[in-house]
Ligand binder design. Structure first.
Ligand SMILES: NC(=O)c1ccc[n+]([C@@H]2O[C@H](COP(=O)([O-])OP(=O)(O)OC[C@H]3O[C@@H](n4cnc5c(N)ncnc54)[C@H](OP(=O)(O)O)[C@@H]3O)[C@@H](O)[C@H]2O)c1
Length: 230
């Protein structure tokens, strides 16, 4: 299989790439980081103007599977909000840029590839906290809003691509809480056994990717493949 991993510098993405290569798959990557190589595109997915050259790269790669791993929970300038007082348009916009627009831009770049003859398996790493139904704790406005928007995008994309390419499968997936830079500030509060290594997470995501079928299409999946409420 030919597999494209976007946001490939992410901790989870790197583990997915390592394992897929060890399993003999052809892996291609896309990230803001890295040098120019035939199997890697160095570009910023959050920038709309970059879509045409991403499209050229995808046409050459012709992937059977795409993982989009881009995600933002905190950075030097922002942190998840505990209350409405901490909300700012600028921080929400940054969350939307990474958690929604990166995935949307990649899908726009892959659009011309998807056909009846060329079905695609698409996995966007989302988060359970983006589930509206599952929100009992509150807080984290910008991350929740942007991941919920991603989930709606995935559902809508699944309908369009599903009509054109009935064997394609498009999902959003919660990878499970995983040791990475993204989860690091919150790791202390997570009970033992509820936070996983990137290698464990990658193993599970790859297993689910291999078993994807029409029952999963357009859904938000847990890391074990169970369907979660939107
Ligand atoms: N770790 C967890 O516990 C956890 C839990 C639930 C969901 N998730 C989701 O799983 C995915 C991967 O998580 P991770 O823990 O591996 O994350 P990570 O190591 O923090 O990596 C996040 C990736 O997002 C991309 N990104 C960040 N800021 C960006 C920006 N301004 N513009 C464009 N791209 C940007 C980067 O891609 P490049 O630098 O490669 O371009 C980066 O590698 C994310 O979508 C996250 O929301 C993670």
């Amino acid at each position: 299989m030919r597999i494209l991993i976007a946001g490939s510098s992410s901790t989870i993405a790197r583990a997915i790439g390592r394992q897929l290569k060890a399993q003999g798959e052809e892996v291609f990557t896309l990230s803001r980081e890295g040098s120019k190589e035939s199997e890697h595109l160095c570009t910023d997915l959050s920038v709309e103007d970059n879509i045409p050259h991403i499209e050229d790269f995808i046409k050459n790669v012709h992937p059977d599977v795409i993982f989009c791993c881009n995600g933002l929970l905190h950075n030097d300038g922002g942190y998840p909000e505990k209350s409405l007082k901490q909300l700012s348009d600028a921080w929400l916009q940054q969350n939307l840029n990474v958690n929604l627009l990166c995935h949307m831009h990649l899908a726009r770049a892959a659009d011309s590839l998807v056909s009846r003859k060329h079905p695609l398996r698409w996995i966007s790493l989302s988060a359970m906290v983006g589930s509206i139904e599952d929100n009992h704790l509150g807080g984290w406005y910008s991350y929740r809003i942007s991941k919920a928007a991603l989930n709606m995008f995935i559902r809508t994309l699944s309908i369009e691509w599903g009509r054109r390419s009935p064997a394609s499968v498009v999902v959003a997936q919660h990878p499970g809480t995983t040791v990475s830079a993204l989860s690091e500030p919150f790791a202390e509060g997570i009970p033992e056994g509820r936070i996983y290594s990137a290698e464990q997470t990658a193993e599970r995501l790859i297993e689910v990717m291999r078993s994807l079928n029409q029952t999963h299409h357009g859904r938000l999946l847990h890391w074990d493949g169970r369907i979660l409420p939107f």
